[in-house]
Design a protein around this ligand. Structure first.
Ligand code: ADP
Ligand code: PAZ
Ligand code: K
Length: 260
């Protein structure tokens, strides 16, 4: 069975792929200090709670936090006796091209999203991922990653307001009923929520104009549904896009490896 790990700057998600479907998904806060032994006890407990008796034989990792990879490699080696594929490393092949400036290290999450998006929807895509940062990944007609946009994340923007201004509280994002807020919290939520709707719309319109072609817009990440229900921004929402991509990339490397 395959253990797929998607490590973002805020959360790390583990999932088990049995060859047909994902058996479970478990989330922990990203912390590079967490050891292999800690990961194993945590994961083993959660799998047992769900009655899953898994023989993990393979592992694939995508991490936007380089420091985390060391302990995840130890987990793979010590507990599953396997060498993991790490997206972005030269020995982990991708089934799509990456066409960016020489010397650029693209976030592995963006490459994985590209592979998954192309598999599910074909080419000419904009994938919007609402993570710690909000990323826009542009997928060419042939599935290649050809660049994109990085904007501050929704929660990061709210947190920045709180950190920088003495009188602004910590606020959670939600859709305000009105644009004009009549209290501080409503004013902040309006600024970030409607500001974000504008940001997403403007960036997608400009990408389409720059490329001179129609493009499908796919959203993913925890906060995507909040924006989807409020404004007609996306053509489709994909809940587990990154996990889907990890499983495809793992399969691709196994197949290519077997041919060599
Ligand atoms: N369903 C949700 N509702 C509200 N906030 C969420 C939800 N899912 C994630 N978040 C928040 O969105 C931000 C990005 O989370 P996540 O997508 O896990 O980021 P990353 O992949 O960068 O680790 C975090 O601040 C997280 O707490
Ligand atoms: C832009 C990101 C910080 C997004 O990461 P996330 O919000 O998922 O934690 C990550 O993809 C990254 O570190 N990228 C490197 C630069 C690039 O993609 O061009
Ligand atoms: K992410």
């Amino acid at each position: 069975m395959l253990l797929a790990v998607d490590c973002g700057n805020t959360n790390t998600v583990f999932s088990l792929w049995d060859g047909t479907s994902f058996l479970g998904m478990w989330r922990t806060a990203t912390d590079w200090k967490r050891t292999a032994d800690q990961y194993y006890v945590w994961l083993d407990t959660l799998m047992k709670l769900q009655g899953i008796d898994a023989e993990i034989s393979d592992m694939i990792i995508s991490s936007t936090v380089p420091r985390v990879v060391f302990n995840l490699r130890v987990l793979s080696d010590r507990y599953f006796n396997t060498r993991p594929f790490v997206v972005g490393k030269s020995d982990c092949l991708l089934p799509v091209d990456v066409r960016v400036d020489e010397g650029t290290t693209v976030g592995p999450d963006r490459l994985v999203n590209t592979v998954a998006g192309f598999d599910k929807h074909g080419g000419d895509l904009i994938i919007v991922d609402f993570g710690t940062a909000t990323t826009f990944d542009v997928v060419d007609v042939d599935g290649a990653y050809v660049g994109g946009v990085i904007a501050p994340g929704v929660n990061l923007s709210l947190e920045a307001l709180h950190q920088a201004a003495a009188a602004l509280p910590h606020v959670d994002i939600s859709k305000p009923q009105r644009v004009v807020g009549t209290n501080t919290v409503a004013c902040m939520q309006s600024g970030v929520f409607w500001g974000y709707v504008g940001l997403v719309r403007e960036i997608c319109d400009r990408i389409k104009a720059e490329r001179g072609t129609a493009m499908k817009i796919i959203s993913t990440g925890g906060l995507a549904p909040l924006f989807q229900q409020s404004a007609d921004l996306f053509d489709a929402f994909e809940e587990d896009l990154t996990m889907h991509g990890l499983q495809i990339i793992h399969n691709y490397n196994k197949e290519v490896g077997a041919q060599e």
